[in-house]
Write a protein that binds this ligand. Structure first.
Ligand SMILES: *Cc1c(COP(=O)(O)O)cnc(C)c1O
Length: 397
Protein backbone atom coordinates (compact mmCIF):
# COMPACT_ATOMS: atom_id res chain seq x y z
CA UNK A 1 0.00 0.00 0.00
CA UNK A 2 1.21 3.48 -0.74
CA UNK A 3 1.11 6.22 1.87
CA UNK A 4 -2.18 7.62 0.57
CA UNK A 5 -3.90 4.25 0.98
CA UNK A 6 -2.41 3.77 4.44
CA UNK A 7 -3.58 7.27 5.36
CA UNK A 8 -7.12 6.37 4.30
CA UNK A 9 -7.01 3.11 6.28
CA UNK A 10 -5.57 4.54 9.50
CA UNK A 11 -6.83 8.11 9.79
CA UNK A 12 -10.39 9.34 10.21
CA UNK A 13 -12.02 10.38 6.94
CA UNK A 14 -12.72 13.99 8.05
CA UNK A 15 -10.10 15.51 5.74
CA UNK A 16 -11.53 13.73 2.72
CA UNK A 17 -9.13 12.66 0.02
CA UNK A 18 -5.65 14.08 0.45
CA UNK A 19 -3.43 13.74 -2.61
CA UNK A 20 0.07 14.76 -1.63
CA UNK A 21 2.44 13.46 1.04
CA UNK A 22 5.20 15.93 1.88
CA UNK A 23 8.54 14.89 3.29
CA UNK A 24 10.67 18.02 3.60
CA UNK A 25 11.17 21.54 2.39
CA UNK A 26 13.56 24.43 2.08
CA UNK A 27 12.55 28.06 1.88
CA UNK A 28 9.37 28.34 -0.17
CA UNK A 29 9.79 24.87 -1.71
CA UNK A 30 8.46 21.54 -0.43
CA UNK A 31 9.08 17.99 -1.71
CA UNK A 32 6.70 15.07 -1.92
CA UNK A 33 7.46 11.38 -1.28
CA UNK A 34 8.37 10.92 -4.93
CA UNK A 35 10.94 13.72 -4.75
CA UNK A 36 8.90 16.16 -6.86
CA UNK A 37 9.27 19.80 -5.79
CA UNK A 38 6.50 22.35 -5.32
CA UNK A 39 6.47 26.10 -4.84
CA UNK A 40 4.54 26.41 -1.59
CA UNK A 41 2.05 29.28 -1.86
CA UNK A 42 -0.19 28.06 0.95
CA UNK A 43 2.49 27.66 3.64
CA UNK A 44 0.71 25.21 5.91
CA UNK A 45 -2.36 27.47 5.72
CA UNK A 46 -0.70 30.78 6.59
CA UNK A 47 1.50 29.07 9.16
CA UNK A 48 5.01 28.51 7.80
CA UNK A 49 5.82 32.23 7.82
CA UNK A 50 9.59 31.66 7.61
CA UNK A 51 9.20 28.98 4.96
CA UNK A 52 10.62 25.52 5.56
CA UNK A 53 13.74 24.51 7.47
CA UNK A 54 14.65 28.14 8.15
CA UNK A 55 18.05 28.09 9.91
CA UNK A 56 16.83 30.36 12.74
CA UNK A 57 13.87 28.07 13.44
CA UNK A 58 15.97 24.91 13.19
CA UNK A 59 18.55 26.30 15.62
CA UNK A 60 15.99 27.61 18.12
CA UNK A 61 14.06 24.34 18.23
CA UNK A 62 17.18 22.16 18.31
CA UNK A 63 18.81 24.16 21.10
CA UNK A 64 15.68 24.19 23.21
CA UNK A 65 14.79 20.52 22.80
CA UNK A 66 18.34 19.64 23.81
CA UNK A 67 17.85 21.63 27.04
CA UNK A 68 14.28 20.81 28.06
CA UNK A 69 11.33 19.95 25.83
CA UNK A 70 8.54 20.46 28.33
CA UNK A 71 8.01 21.74 31.83
CA UNK A 72 4.20 21.95 32.26
CA UNK A 73 2.78 25.02 33.95
CA UNK A 74 3.65 23.72 37.41
CA UNK A 75 6.98 25.40 36.63
CA UNK A 76 8.14 28.57 34.90
CA UNK A 77 10.03 28.27 31.61
CA UNK A 78 12.12 31.16 30.35
CA UNK A 79 11.22 31.06 26.62
CA UNK A 80 7.51 31.41 27.47
CA UNK A 81 8.13 34.41 29.74
CA UNK A 82 10.33 36.07 27.14
CA UNK A 83 7.78 35.39 24.41
CA UNK A 84 4.93 36.84 26.49
CA UNK A 85 6.99 39.99 27.07
CA UNK A 86 7.86 40.26 23.40
CA UNK A 87 4.25 39.80 22.28
CA UNK A 88 3.01 42.41 24.75
CA UNK A 89 5.63 44.78 23.33
CA UNK A 90 3.78 44.66 19.99
CA UNK A 91 0.75 46.45 21.53
CA UNK A 92 0.58 49.99 22.81
CA UNK A 93 -1.50 49.18 25.87
CA UNK A 94 -0.45 46.83 28.66
CA UNK A 95 -1.86 43.34 28.86
CA UNK A 96 -1.30 39.71 29.83
CA UNK A 97 -0.86 36.51 27.84
CA UNK A 98 -2.29 32.99 28.05
CA UNK A 99 -0.55 30.41 25.85
CA UNK A 100 -2.35 27.61 24.02
CA UNK A 101 -1.46 24.98 21.41
CA UNK A 102 -3.86 26.02 18.69
CA UNK A 103 -6.11 28.74 17.41
CA UNK A 104 -9.33 27.17 18.62
CA UNK A 105 -7.95 27.00 22.14
CA UNK A 106 -6.92 30.65 22.00
CA UNK A 107 -10.54 31.50 21.18
CA UNK A 108 -11.79 29.23 23.99
CA UNK A 109 -9.66 31.30 26.33
CA UNK A 110 -11.15 34.51 24.90
CA UNK A 111 -14.65 33.10 25.34
CA UNK A 112 -13.97 32.29 29.00
CA UNK A 113 -12.59 35.78 29.60
CA UNK A 114 -15.72 37.25 28.01
CA UNK A 115 -17.93 35.02 30.19
CA UNK A 116 -16.16 36.28 33.30
CA UNK A 117 -16.50 39.86 32.05
CA UNK A 118 -20.21 39.45 31.36
CA UNK A 119 -21.39 37.43 34.34
CA UNK A 120 -21.64 40.19 37.01
CA UNK A 121 -24.01 42.29 34.80
CA UNK A 122 -25.92 39.30 33.47
CA UNK A 123 -24.46 39.65 29.98
CA UNK A 124 -24.85 36.21 28.48
CA UNK A 125 -24.99 36.88 24.73
CA UNK A 126 -22.22 36.88 22.15
CA UNK A 127 -22.12 38.39 18.68
CA UNK A 128 -20.05 37.06 15.79
CA UNK A 129 -20.03 37.37 12.01
CA UNK A 130 -21.87 35.26 9.48
CA UNK A 131 -19.42 33.14 7.49
CA UNK A 132 -16.71 33.75 10.12
CA UNK A 133 -14.38 31.03 11.35
CA UNK A 134 -13.03 30.67 14.89
CA UNK A 135 -12.14 26.98 15.20
CA UNK A 136 -13.54 23.48 15.71
CA UNK A 137 -13.73 23.02 19.49
CA UNK A 138 -17.24 23.50 20.81
CA UNK A 139 -16.89 27.04 22.17
CA UNK A 140 -15.04 28.27 19.09
CA UNK A 141 -17.47 26.37 16.88
CA UNK A 142 -20.44 28.05 18.58
CA UNK A 143 -18.92 31.39 17.44
CA UNK A 144 -18.24 30.14 13.91
CA UNK A 145 -20.59 31.63 11.33
CA UNK A 146 -20.23 28.88 8.73
CA UNK A 147 -23.53 27.04 9.12
CA UNK A 148 -22.42 23.80 7.45
CA UNK A 149 -19.68 23.17 9.99
CA UNK A 150 -21.53 24.55 13.06
CA UNK A 151 -25.08 23.26 12.70
CA UNK A 152 -24.35 19.50 12.90
CA UNK A 153 -23.07 20.03 16.46
CA UNK A 154 -25.57 22.62 17.73
CA UNK A 155 -26.73 23.60 20.29
CA UNK A 156 -23.72 24.56 22.40
CA UNK A 157 -25.06 26.37 25.43
CA UNK A 158 -23.45 29.56 24.14
CA UNK A 159 -25.95 32.17 22.95
CA UNK A 160 -24.48 33.60 19.74
CA UNK A 161 -26.14 36.02 17.33
CA UNK A 162 -24.58 36.22 13.86
CA UNK A 163 -24.52 39.49 11.93
CA UNK A 164 -23.48 40.05 8.30
CA UNK A 165 -19.73 40.79 8.19
CA UNK A 166 -18.92 44.41 7.39
CA UNK A 167 -22.42 45.68 8.13
CA UNK A 168 -22.07 48.44 10.75
CA UNK A 169 -25.81 49.00 11.10
CA UNK A 170 -26.42 45.33 11.91
CA UNK A 171 -23.68 45.44 14.52
CA UNK A 172 -25.04 48.61 16.14
CA UNK A 173 -28.54 47.15 16.23
CA UNK A 174 -27.50 43.81 17.73
CA UNK A 175 -24.91 44.75 20.34
CA UNK A 176 -26.62 45.92 23.52
CA UNK A 177 -26.09 45.66 27.29
CA UNK A 178 -26.89 41.90 27.21
CA UNK A 179 -23.81 41.19 25.07
CA UNK A 180 -20.58 40.05 26.76
CA UNK A 181 -18.38 40.20 23.67
CA UNK A 182 -18.20 40.63 19.92
CA UNK A 183 -15.87 38.22 18.10
CA UNK A 184 -14.56 39.31 14.69
CA UNK A 185 -11.78 38.50 12.27
CA UNK A 186 -10.07 41.72 11.04
CA UNK A 187 -10.33 40.18 7.54
CA UNK A 188 -12.27 36.94 7.16
CA UNK A 189 -9.90 34.14 6.22
CA UNK A 190 -11.91 30.98 5.65
CA UNK A 191 -14.67 33.05 4.08
CA UNK A 192 -12.23 33.63 1.22
CA UNK A 193 -9.78 36.31 2.47
CA UNK A 194 -12.43 38.99 2.67
CA UNK A 195 -11.58 42.46 3.98
CA UNK A 196 -14.36 44.48 5.63
CA UNK A 197 -15.24 47.98 4.42
CA UNK A 198 -12.83 50.65 5.73
CA UNK A 199 -13.75 51.79 9.23
CA UNK A 200 -15.62 48.60 10.17
CA UNK A 201 -13.31 47.68 13.03
CA UNK A 202 -13.31 51.18 14.51
CA UNK A 203 -17.10 51.22 14.38
CA UNK A 204 -17.12 47.82 16.07
CA UNK A 205 -14.89 49.32 18.77
CA UNK A 206 -17.32 52.21 19.33
CA UNK A 207 -20.35 49.92 19.35
CA UNK A 208 -18.70 47.67 21.94
CA UNK A 209 -17.68 50.64 24.10
CA UNK A 210 -21.21 52.04 24.06
CA UNK A 211 -22.68 48.67 25.09
CA UNK A 212 -19.96 47.68 27.57
CA UNK A 213 -19.11 44.57 25.52
CA UNK A 214 -15.60 43.29 24.88
CA UNK A 215 -14.17 43.41 21.37
CA UNK A 216 -12.31 40.19 20.61
CA UNK A 217 -10.27 40.18 17.40
CA UNK A 218 -9.29 36.79 16.02
CA UNK A 219 -5.90 37.38 14.36
CA UNK A 220 -5.15 33.67 14.09
CA UNK A 221 -4.81 33.80 10.31
CA UNK A 222 -4.30 37.56 9.77
CA UNK A 223 -1.57 38.06 12.37
CA UNK A 224 2.20 37.59 12.55
CA UNK A 225 3.13 40.07 9.84
CA UNK A 226 1.15 38.51 7.02
CA UNK A 227 -0.74 41.68 6.10
CA UNK A 228 2.29 43.96 6.50
CA UNK A 229 1.71 44.77 10.18
CA UNK A 230 2.17 42.48 13.18
CA UNK A 231 -1.61 42.36 13.43
CA UNK A 232 -4.11 43.47 10.80
CA UNK A 233 -6.17 45.57 13.23
CA UNK A 234 -3.15 47.78 13.87
CA UNK A 235 -3.53 49.12 10.32
CA UNK A 236 -6.89 50.55 11.43
CA UNK A 237 -5.65 51.95 14.73
CA UNK A 238 -8.16 49.98 16.75
CA UNK A 239 -7.42 48.63 20.23
CA UNK A 240 -9.33 45.42 20.98
CA UNK A 241 -9.85 44.01 24.48
CA UNK A 242 -8.67 40.56 23.46
CA UNK A 243 -6.50 39.38 20.56
CA UNK A 244 -6.08 35.73 19.65
CA UNK A 245 -3.27 34.36 17.50
CA UNK A 246 -1.83 30.99 16.46
CA UNK A 247 -1.01 29.70 12.92
CA UNK A 248 2.18 31.66 12.07
CA UNK A 249 3.10 32.36 15.70
CA UNK A 250 5.68 29.58 16.03
CA UNK A 251 6.37 29.22 12.30
CA UNK A 252 4.83 25.75 12.02
CA UNK A 253 5.10 24.43 15.56
CA UNK A 254 1.82 24.22 17.43
CA UNK A 255 1.26 27.32 19.51
CA UNK A 256 -1.45 29.87 20.12
CA UNK A 257 -1.91 32.83 22.41
CA UNK A 258 -4.79 34.80 23.85
CA UNK A 259 -3.83 38.31 24.91
CA UNK A 260 -6.05 40.28 27.26
CA UNK A 261 -5.34 43.98 26.88
CA UNK A 262 -5.99 46.41 29.72
CA UNK A 263 -8.03 45.08 32.67
CA UNK A 264 -9.13 41.97 30.70
CA UNK A 265 -5.60 40.61 31.15
CA UNK A 266 -6.33 40.17 34.87
CA UNK A 267 -9.77 38.53 34.71
CA UNK A 268 -8.64 34.94 35.35
CA UNK A 269 -8.10 34.12 39.00
CA UNK A 270 -5.77 31.26 39.98
CA UNK A 271 -7.26 28.00 38.67
CA UNK A 272 -9.66 29.68 36.21
CA UNK A 273 -7.97 28.20 33.15
CA UNK A 274 -5.03 26.02 32.17
CA UNK A 275 -3.23 23.92 29.56
CA UNK A 276 -0.64 21.18 29.99
CA UNK A 277 1.28 22.04 26.85
CA UNK A 278 0.45 25.77 26.66
CA UNK A 279 3.63 27.85 26.55
CA UNK A 280 5.73 24.78 25.81
CA UNK A 281 9.38 25.91 25.75
CA UNK A 282 10.16 24.43 22.31
CA UNK A 283 7.20 26.18 20.68
CA UNK A 284 8.03 29.37 22.59
CA UNK A 285 11.65 29.26 21.42
CA UNK A 286 10.40 28.77 17.85
CA UNK A 287 8.07 31.76 18.21
CA UNK A 288 10.92 33.95 19.50
CA UNK A 289 12.92 32.99 16.39
CA UNK A 290 9.90 33.87 14.23
CA UNK A 291 9.51 37.30 15.86
CA UNK A 292 13.25 38.02 15.54
CA UNK A 293 13.41 36.96 11.92
CA UNK A 294 10.30 38.88 10.85
CA UNK A 295 11.70 42.03 12.49
CA UNK A 296 15.35 41.67 11.48
CA UNK A 297 14.78 40.54 7.90
CA UNK A 298 12.09 43.10 7.10
CA UNK A 299 9.54 40.41 6.33
CA UNK A 300 6.51 42.66 6.90
CA UNK A 301 7.80 45.03 4.22
CA UNK A 302 8.44 42.00 2.03
CA UNK A 303 4.84 40.88 2.57
CA UNK A 304 3.62 44.26 1.32
CA UNK A 305 6.00 44.41 -1.66
CA UNK A 306 5.49 40.83 -2.78
CA UNK A 307 1.76 41.06 -2.17
CA UNK A 308 1.58 44.11 -4.42
CA UNK A 309 3.64 42.30 -7.08
CA UNK A 310 1.15 39.44 -6.98
CA UNK A 311 -1.87 41.73 -7.25
CA UNK A 312 -0.30 43.79 -10.05
CA UNK A 313 0.77 40.64 -11.87
CA UNK A 314 -2.72 39.19 -11.76
CA UNK A 315 -4.23 42.48 -12.92
CA UNK A 316 -1.78 42.57 -15.84
CA UNK A 317 -2.70 38.97 -16.66
CA UNK A 318 -6.32 40.08 -17.12
CA UNK A 319 -7.50 36.50 -17.32
CA UNK A 320 -11.25 36.15 -17.99
CA UNK A 321 -11.51 33.50 -15.26
CA UNK A 322 -10.31 35.95 -12.59
CA UNK A 323 -13.01 38.31 -11.41
CA UNK A 324 -11.02 40.13 -8.71
CA UNK A 325 -8.21 39.73 -6.20
CA UNK A 326 -8.78 40.71 -2.57
CA UNK A 327 -6.87 40.54 0.70
CA UNK A 328 -3.82 42.26 2.10
CA UNK A 329 -0.07 41.69 2.01
CA UNK A 330 0.82 38.05 1.34
CA UNK A 331 -2.71 36.86 1.99
CA UNK A 332 -4.95 36.94 -1.05
CA UNK A 333 -8.17 35.50 -2.33
CA UNK A 334 -8.31 35.13 -6.10
CA UNK A 335 -12.02 35.38 -6.85
CA UNK A 336 -13.05 33.44 -9.96
CA UNK A 337 -15.99 34.04 -12.27
CA UNK A 338 -17.03 30.41 -11.88
CA UNK A 339 -16.80 27.74 -9.19
CA UNK A 340 -13.56 26.34 -10.56
CA UNK A 341 -11.17 26.99 -7.65
CA UNK A 342 -10.63 23.26 -7.01
CA UNK A 343 -9.82 22.64 -10.67
CA UNK A 344 -7.41 25.59 -10.76
CA UNK A 345 -5.67 24.34 -7.60
CA UNK A 346 -5.28 20.86 -9.14
CA UNK A 347 -3.92 22.36 -12.37
CA UNK A 348 -1.46 24.44 -10.32
CA UNK A 349 -0.39 21.36 -8.37
CA UNK A 350 0.22 19.46 -11.60
CA UNK A 351 2.56 22.31 -12.56
CA UNK A 352 4.36 22.22 -9.21
CA UNK A 353 2.62 25.02 -7.30
CA UNK A 354 0.57 24.67 -4.11
CA UNK A 355 -2.42 26.88 -3.30
CA UNK A 356 -5.82 26.16 -1.76
CA UNK A 357 -9.46 26.34 -2.86
CA UNK A 358 -10.81 28.10 0.22
CA UNK A 359 -14.23 28.36 -1.41
CA UNK A 360 -15.59 26.86 -4.64
CA UNK A 361 -14.91 30.18 -6.40
CA UNK A 362 -11.89 31.48 -4.44
CA UNK A 363 -8.26 30.36 -4.63
CA UNK A 364 -6.34 31.33 -1.49
CA UNK A 365 -2.63 32.09 -1.44
CA UNK A 366 -0.77 32.58 1.84
CA UNK A 367 2.88 31.91 1.02
CA UNK A 368 5.77 32.15 3.47
CA UNK A 369 6.75 35.78 4.15
CA UNK A 370 10.23 35.05 2.78
CA UNK A 371 9.11 34.67 -0.85
CA UNK A 372 11.20 36.43 -3.49
CA UNK A 373 10.34 38.24 -6.74
CA UNK A 374 11.36 35.07 -8.60
CA UNK A 375 8.91 33.00 -6.53
CA UNK A 376 6.10 35.48 -7.19
CA UNK A 377 6.86 35.59 -10.91
CA UNK A 378 6.88 31.80 -11.11
CA UNK A 379 3.54 31.69 -9.33
CA UNK A 380 2.08 34.23 -11.77
CA UNK A 381 3.38 32.31 -14.77
CA UNK A 382 1.95 29.02 -13.52
CA UNK A 383 -1.35 30.63 -12.55
CA UNK A 384 -1.71 31.98 -16.09
CA UNK A 385 -1.03 28.48 -17.49
CA UNK A 386 -3.42 26.83 -15.03
CA UNK A 387 -6.16 29.36 -15.75
CA UNK A 388 -5.70 28.81 -19.50
CA UNK A 389 -5.97 25.04 -19.06
CA UNK A 390 -9.11 25.30 -16.95
CA UNK A 391 -10.70 28.21 -18.79
CA UNK A 392 -9.23 28.98 -22.21
CA UNK A 393 -9.32 32.68 -23.06
CA UNK A 394 -11.40 31.98 -26.12
CA UNK A 395 -14.18 30.50 -23.98
CA UNK A 396 -14.99 27.23 -22.19
CA UNK A 397 -13.52 24.05 -23.74
C1 LIG B 1 -7.27 28.53 11.61
C2 LIG B 1 -8.16 29.46 12.35
C3 LIG B 1 -8.67 29.13 13.61
C4 LIG B 1 -8.47 27.78 14.26
O1 LIG B 1 -7.14 27.48 14.52
P1 LIG B 1 -6.74 25.94 14.84
O2 LIG B 1 -5.28 26.04 15.15
O3 LIG B 1 -7.05 25.14 13.63
O4 LIG B 1 -7.54 25.53 16.01
C5 LIG B 1 -9.43 30.08 14.27
N1 LIG B 1 -9.67 31.29 13.71
C6 LIG B 1 -9.19 31.63 12.51
C7 LIG B 1 -9.47 33.00 11.97
C8 LIG B 1 -8.43 30.73 11.79
O5 LIG B 1 -7.99 31.06 10.57
Amino acid sequence: MNLRQRFAEALMPNYGTVELALTHGEGAVVYDVDGKDYLDFIGGIATSVLGHAHPALVAAVGDQVAKIAHTSNLFINQPAVELAERLLGLFDVPGKVFFTNSGAEANECALKLAMIHGRPDGRTRFVAAADGFHGRTLGALALTGKDVIREPFAPFGVDVTFVPYGDVAALAETVDHTVAAVFLEPLQGEAGVKPPPAGYLSTARTVCDNAGALLVLDEIQSGMGRTGAWFAHQQENVTPDVVTMAKGLAGGLPMGACIGLGPVGDLFGPGAHGSTFGGNPVSAAAALAVLDTIANDGLMDNAVTMGRRLVDGMAAMGHPLVQSVRGRGLWLGIVLNEELAGTVVTALRDRGVLANAVRPDVVRVAPPLIVTEADVDRFLLELAHAADVVYPRGGRP
